[in-house]
Design a protein around this ligand. Structure first.
Ligand SMILES: NC(=O)c1ccc[n+]([C@@H]2O[C@H](COP(=O)([O-])OP(=O)(O)OC[C@H]3O[C@@H](n4cnc5c(N)ncnc54)[C@H](OP(=O)(O)O)[C@@H]3O)[C@@H](O)[C@H]2O)c1
Length: 90
């Protein structure tokens, strides 16, 4: 399959990349600073553009995997309301 993998350089993303590529899938990587396509997935316009660019470059996509996220890791007692909100958004 041809798979769009967002967050391929992160920890779960790298594991997904290795496993999927090892099974013979074609992977198009996505990130803000690295990857075959560079975009910020928090911007819906950039997400739409990325699908268009991926389709132009590689043809039909069979699947999309997102391993990206930005979640605060803190002891529960130390987390603020802003941390919970940021985790929910992430
Ligand atoms: N690390 C762990 O052991 C672990 C375990 C379970 C779950 N998780 C979850 O997995 C997610 C990723 O964690 P991580 O440790 O791999 O973080 P990380 O090392 O910061 O990697 C995040 C990956 O996502 C990309 N990314 C982040 N924000 C993006 C955005 N707005 N647009 C496009 N790409 C974006 C980053 O690339 P760029 O920097 O180039 O954008 C990078 O490839 C988080 O939700 C985390 O809670 C992590």
């Amino acid at each position: 399959m041809r798979i769009l993998l967002i967050g391929a350089t992160g920890k779960p993303g790298a594991a997904a990349h290795k496993t999927l590529a090892g099974r013979g899938h074609e992977i198009i990587t996505v990130g803000r600073r690295g990857g075959g396509l560079r975009l910020d997935i928090t911007d819906p316009a950039q997400v739409t553009e990325a699908y268009d660019r991926a389709a132009e470059r590689a043809g039909t996509l069979d699947a999309a995997v997102s391993a990206a996220g930005d979640v605060p890791f803190e002891p529960v007692a130390g987390m603020t309301a802003e941390d919970y909100t940021a985790g929910f958004r992430g």
